[in-house]
Design a protein around this ligand. Structure first.
Ligand code: DGL
Length: 270
């Protein structure tokens, strides 16, 4: 048994790296739906069906626990999956809640009423579908009051990363940060609400300025998974090398992943 990590493409590798660092003794299987990326411009129904297909594939790989290392799927599909689709012996978890717990200074399982928190002005950078879902604001409102969120839909960034065009991706990030700053000139914190964006975290930080605290998910999700596995040890598989599956062209996806992670990664067809 392994823990499954799902993403529309390469972005979830940022989460996989962090969880492998935090939990070296756990086995992981990764699924990138590269043939259908980006999800961020798809209808919620479409994201739901594609995500279910990927999660089923990971179940067949022996992953009873699957992490949606994709904000778009977490925002547009996870609730529906948990309410109507996931069988009782399986678990599917998203990446939103650990991030919001960090932002609102909460520990896991703290269900106390929403309260005032230190951060008041938050910039959210995410895909168009994640922004449209308003899932981030909804989860935040359960935990904090008085936080002003300005969301910037970062069209084009995921496509550019998936294509390996990092020059275009950087230029788009700078222009999205400018657009955000026109709406909110002085954010205190910025949330990178897409797992592809940590690949450009330095560009976000530089464009935002050193006074803005950038929250990126990978380490927060890793910490939260470690905590979850502590409480649910039956979901923790035996160690081993990770398995990489893709719906895209395996050789091409392997090359891009190898470039991003700076070590050899070999995907095989899902
Ligand atoms: N990494 C996915 C996310 O976190 C990218 C979504 C997409 O494919 O557009 O939202």
């Amino acid at each position: 048994m392994a823990v499954g990590i799902f993403d529309s493409g390469l972005g979830g590798l940022t989460v996989l790296e962090a969880v492998r660092r935090r939990l070296p003794e756990v086995a992981f299987a990764y699924y990138g739906d590269n043939a259908h990326a980006p999800y961020g411009v798809r209808e919620a129904d479409d994201v739901f069906h594609l995500t279910c297909r990927g999660v089923e594939r990971l179940w067949r790989e022996g992953c009873d626990l699957v992490i949606l290392a994709c904000n778009t799927a977490s925002a547009a599909a996870l609730r529906r999956m948990q309410e109507s689709w996931v069988p009782p012996d399986k678990r599917v978890l998203g990446v939103f809640v650990p991030l919001i717990e960090a932002l609102t200074e909460r520990k896991w399982g703290d269900n106390s009423p929403p309260r005032e928190v230190a951060v008041k002005h938050v910039a959210l950078f995410a895909t168009p579908a994640t922004v449209a879902s308003r899932a981030f604001q909804r989860e935040l409102a359960f935990r904090a009051i008085g936080v002003d969120v300005e969301a910037q839909a970062c069209g084009g960034v995921v496509d550019a990363i998936e294509e390996g065009d990092m020059i275009l991706a950087e230029a788009l990030v700078r222009s999205h940060v400018e657009a955000l700053k026109r709406k909110m000139p002085h954010p205190q914190a910025a949330v990178l609400g897409c797992t592809h964006y940590p690949l450009l975290e330095h560009v976000f930080q530089e464009a935002l300025g050193p006074e803005v605290r950038v929250f990126s998910q990978a380490d927060l999700v890793a910490e939260s998974l470690a905590d979850y596995l502590e409480r649910h040890p039956q979901m923790r598989g035996a160690g081993g090398e990770p398995v990489f599956l893709t719906t895209g062209e395996a050789a091409r996806v392997s090359d891009q992943a190898t470039r991003f992670l700076q070590r050899k990664v070999t995907f095989r067809p899902a």
